[in-house]
Design a protein around this ligand. Structure first.
Ligand code: TYD
Ligand code: MG
Length: 454
């Protein structure tokens, strides 16, 4: 029998302690340490395959690394060209964002062409999964649905069926009988992930696990799963909008710059080939407060409309609101406009919105937000074929951004003619000499304003 010992684990950061402490030594939070019983596991191997031995790196066989193509192009691209054998992939996201839908589509794509897929559902009944698969129009005998929460049983079934892919929906509902804590607790989630890692590596069967993001934005509370798995993908979006973005946060087999863009439709997730065109489809022409931004979503340029509405405050404190843009950054940009450009915004309410439900977390968006506010404040529209990009500093200077060339190329392909970019980006720009493009390098917010408000 194995030896049982007690330890205390922080529910926030996963730090461990041998005795109870009021304050976590890892993250400094109070009252987060919870007792867990750790079990020393027997070191048995899951499969009958011979145990690996140390070998010279020159002898390592890399030929047996064909990637599994899922048939969902955007998913494959984010992974770096399909699923690597034996990979453990974590897909995180808010509840209801579409993780189960995405993975069911991936499962169906593989089951169609590559072989059986074992879909383990701990949250929904087999009937619910079937109804969803029918809604997606993807139903196949190669898709095996298994309603089970016990990881030991799951691993045994998976070894028996030898599927092309195992999907665990979700890790928070799984438990390993080795430890007594409840499913979803830090100990269980970590233990279950560890077991799945061993299973994936020893059997060579790639495994995808779904993890719900908690209020704090971490998978399973602490970020303890991220370092255990090979690939971490986040599926994000605003539930009330159709757009969803799949991002790689960590990828042991590829880059983390790729992102996939989907839209949630009546019959599942559709890949979006021209997101910029779709995002700008409803843009008002000649309306004050509307500016087009060239934004980098990973390595992919996207055109997004930034809208601002500035109006005189009625009662006391002015209100400021930002949707899809950082609130504090908005306050900072308004202070820069007031102090460095001389716009009297102190008694003005201001609302800023990135259209389409995207979260813009790139400094290159600063200048477009500043110009949208200025445009609304002055009730003067900015020419609708203009694209704006640039980071704004505290002295009102416009700072250089990355990949200006790619952003301009994307916008030019969609028919945009004028580009307001940081002056520092201008000298290196090959596109600057392209006929028909009017590219303006601005060193400060004032210069950018002179360029757009003629
Ligand atoms: P789901 O995949 O269950 O989310 P998660 O697993 O991340 O919790 O997706 C739930 C939402 O997606 C739900 O609100 C309904 C919507 N949806 C569609 O709009 N179209 C579809 O074809 C499907 C299957 C779901
Ligand atoms: Mg789900």
């Amino acid at each position: 029998m194995s030896k049982v010992k007690t330890k205390f684990v922080c529910q926030e950061c996963g730090a461990e302690s041998s005795k109870w402490l009021g304050r976590c030594p890892g993250c400094g939070e109070w009252n987060t340490l919870v007792e867990e019983v750790a079990v020393k596991k027997s070191e048995t191997r899951l499969t009958a395959a011979p145990a690996p031995k140390p070998q010279p790196i020159t002898m390592v066989d890399t030929s047996a690394m064909p990637r599994l193509l899922t048939g969902v192009g955007e998913f494959d691209r984010v992974l770096g060209g399909g699923i690597v054998p034996g990979a453990l992939i974590l897909i995180g996201g808010d509840p209801g964002i579409g993780k189960s839908t995405l993975l069911l589509q991936v499962a169906a794509g593989i089951a169609d062409k590559q072989g059986p897929v074992l879909y383990i559902t701990g949250e929904e009944s087999a009937a619910q999964v079937k109804i969803r698969a029918e809604r997606l129009g993807k139903i196949s005998n190669n898709l095996l649905i298994f309603t089970e929460n016990n990881l030991e049983t799951i691993v045994l079934e998976a070894l028996h069926h030898k599927p092309a892919l195992v999907i665990i929906d979700s890790i928070q509902t799984m438990y390993s009988p080795d430890i007594p804590s409840a499913p979803g607790s830090v100990g269980q989630v970590r233990e279950s992930t560890g077991k799945l890692m061993r299973f994936a590596k020893e059997s060579g069967i790639p495994t995808a696990i779904i993890g719900h993001v908690t209020k704090e934005g971490n998978i399973a509370g602490p970020r303890l799963l991220e370092h255990m798995v090979d690939v971490v993908l986040y599926f994000e979006g605003e539930r009330s909008y159709a757009f969803r973005v799949l991002r790689a946060i960590k990828n042991r087999f590829g880059s983390t710059n790729e992102s996939g863009i989907f839209s949630m439709e009546e019959h599942g997730l559709a890949e979006v080939s021209n997101p910029s065109g779709l995002l700008l489809a409803e843009r008002p022409q000649g309306a004050p407060g509307s500016v087009v931004l060239a934004y980098m979503e990973g390595v992919r340029p996207l055109l997004i409309e930034i809208q601002a509405l500035v109006s005189t405050t009625c009662f006391g404190m002015p209100r400021r609101m930002a949707a899809g843009f950082d609130y504090n950054r908005l306050i900072l940009l308004m202070a820069v406009l007031e102090k460095r450009v001389g716009l009297m915004l102190a008694n003005q309410d201001a609302y800023v919105n990135a259209v389409g439900g995207f979260k813009i977390a790139e400094p290159a968006a600063d200048l477009s937000v500043a110009l949208a506010i200025a445009s609304s404040f002055r009730s003067t529209a900015i020419d609708s074929l203009t694209v704006v990009m640039g980071e704004v500093g505290l002295t009102g200077e416009v700072r250089m951004i990355s990949r200006a060339e790619a952003r301009i190329a994307e916008a030019a392909a969609l028919g945009f003619k004028r580009f307001v970019i940081p002056a520092g980006n201008f000298p290196g720009l090959k596109l600057a000499r392209t006929a028909g493009l009017d590219i303006i390098g601005a060193a400060s917010v004032s210069e950018a304003m002179e360029a757009v408000f003629i």
